[in-house]
Ligand binder design. Structure first.
Ligand code: ATP
Ligand code: LTN
Length: 330
């Protein structure tokens, strides 16, 4: 049976190489065999303060990036989360069967709430409930994401099962799809931290829109491990292994082939090759990105069509959910 695929990215800023390799690249591949919905999750984005003007810009920027990366709007629906209000409605309902203790255990919440104490917003806390709603609303069974989202997906499965037990079989139990290599791209400045949109450190991340010179600079300045040698060992050589992961994706070569290619080579030569390969991989995507940004009418048409298709499916599910829970009237 075909899986129904759902995934989303927050329009919090420009996307980076981690978003591409961990998520988008998988989406592009899977859309050929399965029906897909790819969402721009703006309701998730506002769990951290956003500038309204920038948020609107970022929504269109992320949509253009999906298309430039190779999401084909004839195969997949692309739409903006807040334009389908059923997401928020289902999130409220699921919130009533989610336990506080379950949300308190979420590592993303712990990281993002940091030292804010009682000033932490309720939205940041209930973020995983909205994510569960996104997925369950469409009966999605496969969710391609980076490794950092595993825990949220596990919770979505728990919530789906609990709802089914209490109200009757309603939701499919979703599964995460995680890339074998590249599911957690690390910061170029600190291989113990994941590459993240919100990392303020210059040079930690490669943006998908960075020009060739910037990409080269960031890779040449990336930290390396002590000792010599280009070998894949994420435990002992996290920085070099991270660069090898980028090269693996950009060149299509296996880790063994890469080790052979750079046997006896220094970090400088290796980094040069990584930079060339990454620049080559992102070049065509950047060209397409500019074309979509220059054609707002086309982008609007795609997002309108995506919203309409998603709304139809979402409303169907919500009618069942409202009936099962006993909300409203016949
Ligand atoms: P933020 O720093 O604002 O939390 P982010 O960079 O983590 O943002 P998200 O919008 O949270 O970006 O993630 C979008 C998708 O990209 C998710 O599927 C996530 O798992 C994936 N992803 C994010 N960072 C990485 C990374 N470093 N390596 C692999 N996948 C990643
Ligand atoms: N929380 C995810 C983004 C997201 C998502 C989803 C991913 C929101 N809803 C549904 C997959 C399925 C993140 O990457 N931070």
């Amino acid at each position: 049976m075909k899986d129904l695929v759902f995934s989303g990215i927050q329009p919090t800023s420009d996307l980076h190489l981690g978003n591409y390799l961990g998520a988008l690249k998988q989406w592009v591949a899977i859309q050929h065999d399965h029906p897909c919905l790819f969402c721009i999750v703006d309701l998730h984005a506002i769990t951290v303060a956003q500038d309204p003007k920038m948020l609107r810009q970022n929504i269109l920027g992320v949509a253009a990036t999906y298309l430039a990366a190779g999401i084909d709007p004839k195969r997949s629906h692309i739409y903006v989360q807040s334009e389908v209000p059923q997401h928020a409605e289902l999130a409220w309902i699921l919130g009533t069967i989610t336990k506080l203790g379950e949300l308190e255990r979420m590592t993303q919440f712990k990281d993002k709430s940091g030292k804010q104490g009682e000033r932490v917003g309720l939205g940041l806390f209930s973020y995983p409930v909205l994510m569960a709603a996104d997925i369950l609303l469409y009966g999605s069974t496969a969710v391609p994401v980076g490794q950092d989202q595993m825990q949220h997906l596990e919770l979505a499965r728990v919530i789906a099962r609990r709802f089914n037990e209490r109200f009757g079989d309603t939701f499919a139990i979703p599964q995460a799809l995680i890339q074998k290599i590249g599911n957690r791209i690390m910061s170029l400045q600190d291989p113990a931290k994941k590459m993240s949109k919100s990392d303020p450190m210059e040079g930690a991340k490669i943006l998908l829109r960075d020009d060739a010179e910037t990409i080269r600079k960031k890779i040449m300045r990336a930290v390396t491990d002590s000792g010599k040698g280009i070998s894949y060992d994420p435990e002992k050589k996290p920085a070099v292994s991270n660069l090898m992961t980028l090269y693996h994706h950009a060149s299509g070569k296996t880790m063994k082939e890469i080790e052979k290619e750079f046997a006896g080579a220094g970090y400088g030569d290796f980094k040069k090759a990584v930079a060339d390969a990454v620049i080559g991989m992102l070049g065509p995507m950047q060209k397409r990105m500019l074309e979509f940004r220059k054609n707002p009418a086309e982008l609007k048409r795609i997002l309108d069509a995506g919203r309409d298709a998603a709304t139809e499916q979402a409303e169907k599910m919500m009618r069942t959910v409202r009936t099962r829970v006993g909300l409203g009237r016949e």
